[in-house]
Structure formats: C-alpha cells, structure tokens
Design a protein around this ligand. Structure first.
Ligand SMILES: [Zn+2]
Length: 291
C-alpha cells in the first residue's frame, strides 16, 4: 500500500522547448520532433532525444544539405501545441517529418503512418524498413499516441509519421522505473539511428533526371557502364535499374518514384543514376549536386 500526495498550485509560468534549425539549399523543411517531458525514462523518451541529437550532429557535418532541418525538443502535447501555435503561419515550409520515440528497446522497428497515409515520408519510411531485411511493422494512423496527435490534427495535417520500436503501452516497463538504461540496448539504438539516417539520405539524394537519348534505347555497351561497378553489385539488378532509370527519367519521376515503381532498392537506383549521369545519358533536372 502507498499513498500519493499531489501538491499543486495554478499560476502563470513558462514553457521551455529547444529548437535547432540546420539550413539547407532549399527552405523546404524536414521536421524531427522528440518529446522531453520525462527524461528519467530511458526508452520513453531519452532514446528519441539521443537519436535526434546524433542525427543533427551528422547533418551539421555534411558540406551541404538539400533540405533544411528543424529539430524540436519539447514537452509532449503542450509543447507541440505551443510550437504549432507560434509557427502556424510558416507551417507550409514543413514538407516531411518524423516523431522520434521509443527507439532503444529490443523490439523490432515500427512505423506509424501520418494521417495522410500515403505521404512521401510514409513511402520512404516503408521503403527503408522493407529493404532492411529486418522484421518490422507498419501501422496506420490513429489519433492517439505521441505528438502526431497535434502535428496530424485536422487543421495542421503535416506529413509526419512516427518511428519507434515497441509502441507505447505495449511493453510492461512502459511508464515505470523499469524503463531504465538496462532496458534499452545499444544495438537497438544504433539500428534505429541507421534507419533514420537512411530515411534522411533518401530525401537528400532523391532527384529528377532527364534522359538525354529518349528516342528508343541507347546502345549501352560502348559507355563502359559496368566497368567501375563495386564488386558487391548485383549485376542483374543493376541492369534492370539502368533500364528503369532511362525509361522513367522523363522529368516526371524522381529516383525514389523509380525505386517504388521498379520495386528495386533506392540505393541501386541511385548507383545506376550515378553511372548514367557519369556517361552523360541523363542529367539532373535542376543540376543539383546532393550529399
Ligand atoms: Zn511517456
């Protein structure tokens, strides 16, 4: 038996949140949000704070970025509501986003889709989890959980999903003193970070290319496309990727669109695009050089 005494007063105070903005070539933003209201719990949500911090460090080290990134460290619910109220007039700059929580337990990755359901962030996160070869789960949006309740409320409706491992309330240590440093695993944290990074790299490396020889198939043999391929390349996948990139580089499809349509991994589509661009068969529509 125990007794709980809650001694409170109601008075004006202040709400503190942390925000980090990392500018890129475009003012279009990717918003990454972690809740900070009970940092004594390791998985919920010190793990999210850690992953966001390491990701911000990685992004800052890049010589340039295609997107701008905004990291938000705020108390759950009230912090997100406050930030959204203060930034309402500029929310259209947020193109994609992720809520980062529960990223350190031994369970597999879970991605919860945005309210929109088929936003680019939903497609990219699912592509990364599918191509990882690891067990994972993708869930549809429901209006409970973390700050997606605010970011995906009807008047806001940002394209933000939630990346986690075992979802809230689905492990016995949730919201107890058992959610401590022994409960989270370094390997799980590293894996969660790797998946976040792969999501970011897809956004950074996606591009729309233009086929420079669009009138039937160019003869590929003379371009030495296959000579500089790394040893570990699956040659048949690479050949298919080359044909897909040539076929869909009509100014209407990005490399990620091509990966989805071909069901090939984004990395092999990029590899094919790099080789084709090296021999002048495709050029970037806006001549960007990305990360
Ligand atoms: Zn919590």
């Amino acid at each position: 038996d125990y007794e709980v005494v809650i001694d409170t007063t109601l008075e004006d105070g202040a709400l503190t949140y942390g925000e980090l903005y990392i500018p890129g070539d475009s003012s279009d933003e990717i918003l990454l949000s972690a809740h900070i209201c009970h940092p004594s719990l390791a998985n919920d949500n010190l793990s999210g704070i850690c992953i966001a911090t390491v990701l911000a460090e990685w992004l800052q080290k890049q010589p340039r970025r295609r997107f701008s990134y905004r990291f938000l460290f705020a108390p759950a619910t009230i912090g997100a509501i406050t930030w959204l109220a203060q930034n309402h007039s500029t929310l259209d700059r947020v193109k994609h986003g992720l809520i980062l929580s529960l990223l350190g337990d031994a369970g597999h990755s879970t991605y919860k889709r945005s309210r929109q359901g088929t936003a680019r962030i939903d497609q990219v996160a699912e592509h990364v989890l599918t191509s990882s070869g690891d067990a994972f789960e993708v869930r549809d949006f429901v209006p409970y959980g973390y700050d997606e309740r605010q970011f995906c409320s009807p008047g806001i409706n940002l394209a933000m999903g939630c990346l986690m491992r075992t979802p809230d309330g689905e492990f016995p240590e949730y919201h107890t003193s058992g959610d401590n440093l022994d409960f989270i695993k370094p390997a799980s944290l590293a894996d969660s970070f790797e998946k976040c990074l792969r999501i970011v790299k897809i956004f950074e490396n996606d591009d729309v290319l233009l086929n420079q020889r669009p009138f039937c198939e160019p003869r590929l043999g003379k371009h030495g496309l296959y000579e500089s391929l790394p040893q570990d390349t699956n040659v048949q996948n690479f050949q298919h990727a080359v044909q897909w990139v040539l076929n869909l580089s009509d100014g209407q499809h990005s490399l990620f669109d091509i990966a989805m349509r071909s069901k090939l991994d984004f990395s092999i589509i990029c590899k094919a695009a790099r080789e084709l661009s090296r021999c002048g068969l495709v050029i970037s529509q806006d001549k960007r050089n990305t990360v």
